[in-house]
Write a protein that binds this ligand. Structure first.
Ligand code: GAP
Length: 517
């Protein structure tokens, strides 16, 4: 775990050094949990957006896009339940003065008990070798059974407290389980309080309450309030979906783990409107579709798992997270929610405008039910970057070792697809290399670099995840061939310049990923 934390620190430093992610307002010592995407980060982010957008809007004839405003009428957030219920339970440690999410403290404690079980299993596996029967061990080993019982009892108590919004009981769980502040190491806690996560600001010149508006904590509401506009103007028939990519804002109590939990972040959400009573069928289908979409990224199917919600959000009748194995363990990357007709029904009530859909086939009007898929773009970015980061030890011909840092980003997502490198800065090689760039830059992101030795330039391209480098040398001037070097294998081969486009294009196109879904 310590080793993983170390690699994670290096990853954050790497992301800064090579222009992927910078701390916001760094020259003023930064702004907590707010980040800027640099010149390479923005390319990777755009590629991720393209993959998501095309998979939704291009591949489904019944899903269309939307770009709604961040500012919305304040009543939207009353109707959606966010003013009343978009809270996290917070707790302070009186000694360290540090603030925590009370529910996260409990969840982390539970994870620690899980880790103890894993450790016992690991030890037993080593001891018994091939004869080891994991199921039998889990069911019979006294210590493991004790840990499992602890987890079960803790979970049942925790869920009941969450369901009842019983803040005193949440504190009791923390105290009775001896959960201490990681900084002070003490159990000297304040009471648990609810904290609303929405940022508010004033619109116009009025300063009284009527002018208070919120920065949206989810993009979904922009879709709900526009659903009839889109349905009517687009002549959409149920079932249909509306997809949107945009910024969301949450005043997170504890913002940690780099871009995993930010106060300003980006969501890619799709609301799918269905006939009431059919929502569970669609819910299951979208769970399956979304997992397949993640798998097609090629980061490894074992890195994903589903987690069903113990406590449902105020709007949902079923909900699951897709979790990804980040460097700090399995955590939510995407939520799939069956939101019932909660939002539309409330907007109808609060606005006084009919939001019913007229179903021609059924000859009846109803408020549709909604299945939502909601993925955080920044978490997706982190999943790709963390998986791609590799410190590779290389065997050199003279028997010594060398090391390179390589970002094994899937080629279709890589910020730069091809680097064109003249071997020297003279003899017409730069001109030949520029010719190649000028031809291929219309097809994919191409980069020219003539500074440094060729070895250093290769390493730099490895470090930013460029899947292909071509080197232009004196032979190129004679026979119009170049050396192409592959990032992952470092193998090199001689190819005709005229064949480069076909060789690279297919592998670096988002289409290659879309076809795997
Ligand atoms: N409209 C439903 C909704 O907002 P959510 O589970 O609260 O549901 C959806 O958020 C996704 O947004 C999460 O799975 C996560 O990827 C991302 N997300 C939520 N809060 C975030 C934060 N503070 N920083 C980065 N991403 C966040």
């Amino acid at each position: 775990m310590a080793q993983q934390a170390d690699v994670f620190k290096k990853l954050i430093a790497h992301a800064k050094e090579y222009g992927f992610i910078f701390q916001s307002s760094e020259i003023y010592d930064g702004l907590s949990a707010v980040y800027d995407y640099g010149q390479l980060g923005v390319e990777l982010k755009n590629n991720l957006k393209e993959y998501w957008w095309k998979s939704m809007v291009l591949l489904h004839e019944n899903i269309v896009g939307l770009d709604s405003a961040i500012f919305m009428h304040p009543t939207v957030w009353k109707a959606s339940g966010h003013v009343g219920a978009f809270n996290d339970p917070l707790i302070d440690n009186k000694d360290s003065k540090k603030r925590y999410r009370a529910d996260v403290l409990i969840e982390e404690h539970r994870e620690k008990i899980h880790a103890k079980i894993d450790k016992e299993v690991e030890k037993a596996e080593k001891r018994f070798g091939d004869k080891f029967d994991k199921q039998q061990f889990l069911a019979t080993n006294e210590r493991v059974v004790g840990y499992a019982k602890q987890i079960e009892e803790l979970s049942a108590r925790f869920v009941a407290a969450l369901e009842a919004s019983n803040l005193d009981e949440i504190k009791n769980i923390i105290v009775e389980n001896g959960i201490v502040c990681p900084v002070s190491g003490t159990c000297n806690w304040t009471d648990v309080r609810q904290f609303n996560l929405m940022f508010s600001t004033q619109m116009g010149s009025v300063s009284e309450d009527a002018g208070t508006i919120y920065l949206r904590p989810e993009t979904a509401q922009g879709i709900f309030v526009n659903y009839l506009n889109v349905q009517k103007s687009g002549r959409m028939k149920i079932p249909f979906g509306i997809a949107q990519i945009g910024k969301a804002f949450r005043n997170e109590i504890v913002a940690r783990q780099f871009i995993f939990r930010m106060r300003e972040f980006e969501q890619m959400e799709m609301q799918f409107f269905v006939k009431p009573g059919e929502e569970m069928k669609w819910y299951e289908l979208w769970k399956e579709r979304r997992l397949k979409w993640h798998h097609a990224l090629g980061l490894g199917v074992e890195k994903y798992r589903f987690h069903n919600h113990e406590k449902l959000a105020h709007y949902a009748n079923a909900a699951a997270d897709i979790e990804f194995n980040f460097p700090f363990g399995f955590k939510e990357i995407e939520g799939i929610h069956s939101r019932t007709d909660f939002d539309l029904k409330n907007h109808q009530e609060f606005s006084g405008k009919k939001l019913q859909y007229f179903d021609n086939e059924e000859n009846q009007s109803y408020i549709p039910y909604v299945i939502e898929t909601s993925i955080g773009l920044d978490r997706l970015f982190l999943s790709v970057l963390a998986t791609a980061y590799d410190e590779e030890v290389l065997d050199k011909e003279d028997g010594t070792k060398d090391e390179r840092v390589v970002l094994r980003i899937p080629p279709a997502l890589a910020p730069i697809k091809l680097a064109v490198l003249p071997l020297t800065k003279k003899d017409g090689l730069p001109e030949k290399a520029s010719e190649i760039v000028n031809d291929l830059k219309f097809e994919f992101n191409t980069y020219y670099e003539e500074k440094d030795t060729i070895g250093r330039r290769y390493r730099r391209m490895d470090a930013i995840g460029t899947p292909y480098c071509v080197t232009v040398d004196h032979q190129s001037l004679q026979d119009n061939t170049v050396t192409i070097r592959y990032r992952d294998t470092m193998l090199q081969e001689r190819v005709k310049i005229s064949e480069l486009k076909e060789l690279i294009k297919g592998n670096v196109s988002i289409v290659s990923m879309l076809k795997k879904i």
